[in-house]
Write a protein that binds this ligand. Structure first.
Ligand code: F6R
Length: 244
């Protein structure tokens, strides 16, 4: 794992946006997997701005969503679906045929997961962009998730349910999430993990300094073959000087 610390959220986002664009430039038909949430929002907006301004060709790549809240409508502004369309797909002019997102209302959850597994197995994820939850989750791979897990429906951890309310205008009941699995996270060709802000400082300390353990899934990125942890100064503030 490589660690890069940036002065602020803006610099971190600009660097992440560059990596996303470079991935598509070097492999136009790349398969990209994107998380949602506060962390990557600005990076996606920067990608969109640059793609439009510089007329960069994103027409051959394929994009998948890392996860989704089960039972939350795609029109809900708190859904991962809405977020990716609003900040990335629409502004970049991505055709819907280039996108696959989990269906939050899938009656057959197993079949829904299989669809995602098939797609990933056929192409392999070239670049995965993720954030880290306050409980160390990646996607909805909650503490205790099996390292061998593929796409699955997860019972959400209490922390995820509480923190997750921040995305919604009105209080919602969020009990389950559907997510790409830890094995697929670990198999991505390149894994870009982002974190910013003071509140993520204790989380990042555990990601970097704790022994690998599935009770804190993000600690696994230490042994990913090609992971880059990109954080701002605030998120790095609790790291030991020797690990920075
Ligand atoms: C969302 C996702 C989550 C978030 C994590 C951090 O698609 O996969 O794992 O990345 O909860 O969320 P923020 O960025 O809002 O702090």
């Amino acid at each position: 794992m490589e660690l890069k610390v940036y002065n602020n959220y803006n610099d971190l986002s600009a660097a992440a946006a560059e990596i996303i664009i470079d991935c598509v430039k070097s492999k136009p038909d790349a398969l990209l997997c994107f998380a949602t949430g506060d962390t990557p929002k600005l990076a996606y907006q920067m990608v969109a701005e640059k793609v439009v301004k510089e007329n960069i060709d994103f027409s051959k790549c394929f994009m998948i969503g890392l996860d989704e809240w089960m039972g939350i409508s795609p029109e809900n502004t708190g859904s991962c679906h809405w977020f990716l369309h609003e900040y990335l797909f629409k502004p970049v002019n991505i055709d819907l045929s280039q996108v696959h997102l989990f269906d939050a209302f899938a009656k057959d959850e197993e079949a829904e997961c299989k669809k995602m597994n098939k797609l990933i197995a056929a192409n392999g994820i070239d670049l995965m962009v993720v954030g880290v939850g306050m409980n160390g989750h990646i996607g909805f791979n909650e503490p205790g998730t099996d390292i061998e897990s593929l796409a699955h429906v997860a019972i959400l951890d209490e922390t995820t349910k509480t923190v997750g309310q921040k995305y919604f205008r009105d209080k919602v009941s969020i009990e389950k999430g559907i997510t790409v699995g830890l094995k697929q996270v670990m198999q991505a060709e390149k894994l870009l993990v982002m974190a910013n802000g003071k509140k993520k400082a204790p989380v990042i300390k555990r990601v970097v300094e704790e022994h690998l353990n599935t009770d804190f899934p993000a600690s696994l990125i230490q042994v990913h073959k090609n992971s880059l942890l990109m954080i701002d100064d605030e998120a790095a503030s609790e790291l030991k000087t020797e690990t920075r």
